[in-house]
Design a protein around this ligand. Structure first.
Ligand code: C5J
Length: 245
């Protein structure tokens, strides 16, 4: 290096990004933010799985897939941390409380053989993530026995290791595993943005009210925004990466 060379500088720090959200703008630092995809599993989104066995119409959830695909692609392009979760139990059911096994009038109970393998059992085809959103190398997959992603998992440790403080929350179902995870995260000090068209419920009324509950009272659990707002905020990073490659 000669005396005329410019002094090397650190790469420009990434500025915080802002998403138009309810109840007010959500600001996040991409370096400390994770996209979380909750339980986008065949057992919930396809016929013959746990969701359908409980009497639900699984087509109600399928509208989440395309917007979430776009969000996942943008997050990957922007270099965001991506974490998937899967609800499910060990083959010997040792992590399945009897209360969960016996609750509901399911035609097929957890552990029973179904058309896509044993219902909600880890390692079975039906318990895995749908092809459209399959994890890629380097993405964390958290297997969870409960509704919340923190309960009896390494989720909290993974977030701490990666320095994550903000979560972009997507997945199914809005009022069950998404809500439980957002509430758990909120109590642990994480800032959560729920993407309204990337979360889904079997019950349209629950979908609407569950989202309202997150943003009510000045954002009692977090923020809510459509995915288009998030994609707009992320565009400087995701399109820059696409142009560079
Ligand atoms: C349910 C989930 N609904 N992932 N699980 O039982 O929301």
């Amino acid at each position: 290096m000669s005396e005329f060379d410019p002094i090397p500088t650190d790469p420009a720090p990434i500025e915080p990004l802002t998403v138009g959200a309810r109840p007010y703008d959500f600001t996040f630092d991409p370096a400390s933010t994770a996209l979380v995809l909750i339980d986008m599993q065949r057992d919930f989104l396809e016929p013959g799985g746990f969701g359908e066995s409980l009497g639900n119409d699984v087509t109600q959830l399928r509208g989440t897939i395309e917007p979430l695909r776009a969000v996942l692609a943008a997050a990957r392009a922007a270099g965001l941390t991506v974490i998937h979760t899967r609800e499910g139990h060990l083959p010997d059911l040792s992590d399945l409380p009897p209360a969960k096994l016996h609750r509901g009038n399911a035609t097929l109970k957890i552990g029973d053989p179904g058309p896509k393998g044993r219902i909600l059992i880890r390692g079975e085809y039906g318990q895995d993530i749908i092809d459209e959103l399959a994890p890629v190398e380097g993405e964390t997959v958290i297997d969870k026995p409960g509704k919340g992603a923190f309960y009896a998992t390494a989720f909290g440790d993974v977030l701490a290791e990666k320095g994550i403080t903000s979560l972009i929350v997507t997945g199914v179902t809005t009022e069950v595993c998404v809500h439980t995870t957002v509430r758990e995260a909120n109590d642990r000090g994480y800032e959560c943005l729920v993407l309204s068209d990337c979360v889904g419920s079997y019950f349209p009324d629950f979908q609407r009210v569950a989202l309202e509950m997150v943003a009510a009272q000045g954002g009692i659990f977090g923020w809510v925004a459509p995915s288009t707002e998030f994609l707009t905020a992320l565009a400087p990073l995701s399109t820059a990466a696409a142009t560079a490659s």
